[in-house]
Design a protein around this ligand. Sequence first.
Ligand code: CO
Length: 264
Amino acid sequence: MLLYFAGFTGMDVPSNDPLRICDSSCGFSLRRENERPLSGESRAGRTRNRTDCGFQARLPWETSIRRLSIRLKILQVGDPVLRQKARALSNEEIRGAEIQQLIDFMLETMRDAPGVGLAAPQVGISLQLAIIEDRAEYLRDLRPEILAERKREPIPFHVIINPQIQLKDGAPAAFFEGCLSLAGFSAVVPRAAEVVVDCLDRFGEPKQIQAYGWYARILQHEIDHLNGALYLDRMLPRTFTTMEHLNRYWKDKTIAEVESLLAP
Ligand code: CO
């Protein structure tokens, strides 16, 4: 996921208070790790309940699953799922309740992080589906020259499914970026400044996206996730840094200065 990082250029910041994703076919557990059992519910009962799909039976105070605020666990680098090529979705699957619910849960998870993108493999679901949203409030505290340099503008929430990306010719842009699956780290990553993406939307309708600047970066980062790639595969290795050191040493320098200072 290519995500927002407080006041800076990154894509992701870590989530806390995750939900566990269960191993059963239902895909999710609704109970948070740190949540207390319902009254009269034993620990053994909780374990058993994780593997069934009786969402509403266990949530009597809610009448609809869609009204719940669900945050999924974001997998970290090293998890094999992040290195698999995700499989494409059929139109029937896209319109089904499970995928629509997954999209809602991913949106909750991305906003909570907060991030500007989240790919299904990052929550352990190896499908060609990602969501993107770069909110105006994320940009509010960034200096105008930073926004202009990165060509970063608010992007409304949308879903991309089964995407095919074309990188357009032209000088690549290099900036620090982060990833929610590499929590606490960042690196300079050169990316195409312009892309065209053909994909399906959340209703299975075909659409074509022409993107520039930061939005083009987000699309490349998220589509990489769907193909088992991480920014590690594309970064300038000597620029890899903790977020703490990024803020302390590098964030106010131009990329040319960073590269010069880090030259071997
Ligand atoms: Co990422």
